[in-house]
Write a protein that binds this ligand. Structure first.
Ligand code: ZN
Length: 120
């Protein structure tokens, strides 16, 4: 009995994760036509995550405003700038500014600058 319950929990978490990804996809598609519906999809995705204790994938979380909860799409409702080694993302809905460090990986650097040697 206990064993099957544990297995169900794993399955429900997997389904929840799948639903979150799908809801984010819907939210992105809907943003240009109906921003309020897009916001609703994001709210649902967060609720699903909370209900099943599944975290929203980091790649999707970066496109999310912490303050107002809207999906951030550059050129639509967010502004992205590179400054002092940091990426600054401004939400154009509520004005919240997100900053995170920017460090290109060594392979990216060597492809941009052929002279770049990772050993120095
Ligand atoms: Zn915002």
């Amino acid at each position: 009995m206990a064993k099957s319950r544990k297995k169900n929990k794993t399955i429900s978490k997997y389904i929840a994760q799948e639903r979150i990804v799908y809801l984010f996809k819907l939210a992105k598609n809907e943003l240009s036509q109906d921003p309020s519906r897009s916001h609703r999809y994001v709210t649902l995705a967060r609720k699903v995550g909370m209900r099943h204790r599944v975290s929203i994938p980091a790649s999707l979380k970066r496109n999310l405003c912490k303050k107002c909860g809207s999906l951030l799409v550059p050129g639509n409702n967010s502004r992205t700038r590179l400054k002092d080694g940091r990426i600054t993302v401004t939400c154009l809905v509520c004005g919240e500014v997100k900053r995170y460090p920017f460090r290109p990986s060594k392979t990216e650097l060597s492809s941009v600058h052929p002279a770049y040697d990772p050993h120095y």
